[in-house]
Design a protein around this ligand. Structure first.
Ligand code: ZN
Length: 342
């Protein structure tokens, strides 16, 4: 343990590069080209993977490589599959052949899900399988020093937690925001996870869609305000209800889009108009004709090239010990953005 004063001096003198080596919490976005695979390394040294990209060789191989070579883990301790769409659960069975899986969590395989997920998913090897329901917390090991890390389940299968004394009524009325038709696709079933480390908060609501996003913040804000928002549903406009974004007021948004998927114009408008938003990061550059203006600054984009030329670059967040600040690194460009936790 480095004395705090010495640590502060080191951080001050050497800027964010040394800061990364000391940071106890990291979040990596693996490039699974429009799917989802978010890897968290905890202060106690556990690994949490949320979703596994698509089936086939590419995505499981990229996840395994990043886990072993960047995060230095040899096992996925907690694997959460948010819902049964191929770009989220598809890589799970193949990944289990590359790296051991500890506990698998999902929303439960209902009779109507069995054919969709297939025999491979039902039988791949893990230490345990658990079903998550709203209000659950992941059983995470805690580091000896520093604040607790918690991962709370706010929603599953279109149900949310019940409001309690810790939740306040949302001062932004729902009537001020657009409504969209109810969505009952598999996306709506997404598991919603809120991570907290000290004051630092990160929301991963997977592919939750518009009407369910509304339930998260109205009439009570069940999320609160967050530091980092993984932009729902790869940035598609069927998700990213303006009411949600403006209520949770993220400082940083990270979009796991693809060249031609996500980066919706309404989503980008909602993010850019969100009070307190300081930066948007993208896993991919949007290359749809006439939509270049939807992109963030090029230095904040992990991958510029498409399809077979794609380099599969990741980006990551490091949260300092105690959670008081964090940095976002784009290895392709060397960009490091540093932000104060709210
Ligand atoms: Zn998806």
């Amino acid at each position: 343990m480095i004395p705090r004063l010495v640590l502060i001096a080191v951080l001050f003198l050497s800027h964010t590069v040394t800061l990364n080596a000391e940071d106890p919490l990291k979040v990596y976005w693996v490039d699974v080209e429009g799917g989802a695979a978010t890897l968290i390394l905890t202060p106690a040294g556990e690994s949490i993977l949320i979703d596994t990209g698509k089936p086939g060789d590419r995505d499981p191989a990229r996840i395994n490589k990043l886990a072993r070579e960047e995060a230095n883990v040899s096992k996925i301790d907690h694997l959460i599959i948010t819902h049964f769409d191929g770009d989220h659960f598809g890589g799970a069975a193949d990944l289990s052949k590359l790296i051991p899986i500890g506990t698998l969590y999902d929303h439960g395989v209902r009779p109507q899900d069995r054919e969709r997920v297939g025999e491979q998913y039902l039988s791949f090897e893990s230490d345990a399988r658990l079903v998550l329901t709203p209000g659950d917390e992941l059983p995470l090991k805690q580091a000896q020093d520093g604040p607790a890390l918690t991962a709370k389940v706010l929603g599953v299968l279109q149900r949310t937690i019940e409001p309690d004394d810790s939740h306040s009524a949302n001062p932004l009325p729902a009537s001020g925001y657009a409504r969209k038709d109810p969505d009952l696709s598999h996306n709506a079933n997404s598991i919603v996870l809120l991570f907290e480390y000290g004051d630092w908060q990160f929301l991963d609501a997977a592919d939750l869609t518009w009407n369910l996003e509304e339930k998260l913040v109205s009439p009570f804000n069940l999320v609160g305000e967050v530091d980092v928002y993984q932009v729902n549903h790869h940035g598609l406009d069927r998700s990213n209800n303006t009411h949600l974004i403006h209520s949770i007021r993220p400082t940083v948004a990270v979009m796991n889009n693809a060249h031609r998927k996500g980066t919706g114009s309404e989503t980008v408008a909602s993010l850019r108009s969100s009070p307190g938003l300081e930066a948007i990061y993208q896993v991919h550059k949007c290359t749809r004709d006439g939509e270049e203006h939807l992109n963030t600054d090029e230095e904040k984009i992990a991958n510029l090239k498409s399809d077979e030329d794609c380099e599969g670059n990741h980006l990551f967040i490091s949260v300092v010990e105690g959670g008081s600040s964090y940095s976002v690194t784009v290895p392709r460009t060397g960009h490091v953005g540093t932000f104060q936790t709210k």
